[in-house]
Design a protein around this ligand. Structure first.
Ligand code: KPL
Length: 298
């Protein structure tokens, strides 16, 4: 399969690198990573190791492929959609944090699949990405139900050795992942701890409160998410990615803008719309916004 991975950060480079073991992959990213991959290939280290030579480019305009996998940060989704709209793809799969598939679907004239990925990934240096936790990719039709495109993409991912499930209840799973991110990302970024630190103790308590609030909002949105299901998902991801530094902690460490708006901002905004209290998410969002403002990255 010809696959364009749009967003060669940590997760995009890991997923693209693993897919490149059997597929024809092009990574769209930034220099100096892109130049390094073009010159020396991509090294994947850690729990899933590989040395691969995908194509790499800084220019995503006018591309054609069977599949585009979108892995850019949530706040870059609209710009990514605009670039992808200049090309041609049989299907586009979002593997991003937040509920970004709606933004892609409203701007693209092709099948947009929803996906979640709980693999731990860290771009250690240009040309080298570490797999810091073997999680799982779950993908399927954006609005639920079955879709032949999802089956084809799921098979392509499994052929490349990625743990992948094709699901028919993506709206619920996207919200479950949002609850997991609401639990893990800000707490690990603010406390500067790895995901495994949320297994118990005071940080775990805050994480579970943030996830629980997200479940309440999901239910108000008509999504059948249970507290027990979200809690089990949070515990599983914390354990599967125990050694991982969450994407938000990596952003804070690097002094970059975070995905606070797509995670905690989204929960708080929708909670307000439904007249629901979300004090933990509101506090976490406030702290991260203050950090971003102080760094001049808002
Ligand atoms: O999605 C993630 C992230 O870091 O953004 C998890 C699954 C929490 C892995 O760290």
């Amino acid at each position: 399969m010809e696959i364009l991975v749009f967003g060669a950060g940590s997760l995009g480079s890991l997923v693209g690198g693993l897919l490149a073991r059997v597929h024809d992959v092009t990574l769209v990213g930034r220099d100096p990573h892109v130049s390094q991959v073009r010159a020396d290939g991509l090294s994947v280290t850690g729990a899933a190791a590989a040395r691969v030579a995908p194509d790499a480019t800084t220019d995503g305009e006018g591309r054609t492929a069977d599949l585009a996998v979108v892995t850019v940060k949530s706040f870059d989704t609209a710009a990514a959609a605009e670039t992808l709209a200049t090309g041609e793809f049989d299907a586009v799969l979002s593997l991003q944090n937040g509920l970004t598939e709606e933004t892609l679907a409203s701007r693209l004239d092709t099948t947009v699949l929803a996906g979640t990925a709980t693999y731990g990934a860290h771009l250690r240096e240009p040309g080298r990405v570490a797999c810091t936790g073997v999680g799982r990719v779950v993908l399927g039709a954006r609005t639920g139900g079955s879709d032949p495109a999802a089956e084809r993409v799921g098979k392509a991912f499994r052929d490349a050795g990625l743990r992948t499930l094709v699901a028919t209840d993506m709206p619920r799973r996207r919200w479950e992942k949002l609850a997991v991110n609401a639990g893990i990302n800000a707490v690990t970024a603010l406390a500067r701890v790895e995901n495994g630190s949320l297994a118990d103790g005071p940080a775990a308590e805050v994480a579970h409160r943030a996830a629980r609030e997200t479940v309440r909002v999901a239910r108000a949105e008509g999504v059948p998410l249970t507290y027990r299901g979200a809690r089990a998902a949070l515990v599983e991801v914390v354990s599967d990615t125990a050694e991982n530094r969450s994407s938000m902690l990596q952003d804070v460490d690097a002094g970059r803008r975070t995905e606070v708006e797509a995670i905690h901002g989204e929960v708080v905004e929708r909670a307000d719309r439904h007249g629901i209290d979300a004090p933990t998410n509101r506090t976490l969002a406030g702290l991260l916004r203050a950090w971003e403002a102080g760094r001049g990255v808002r």
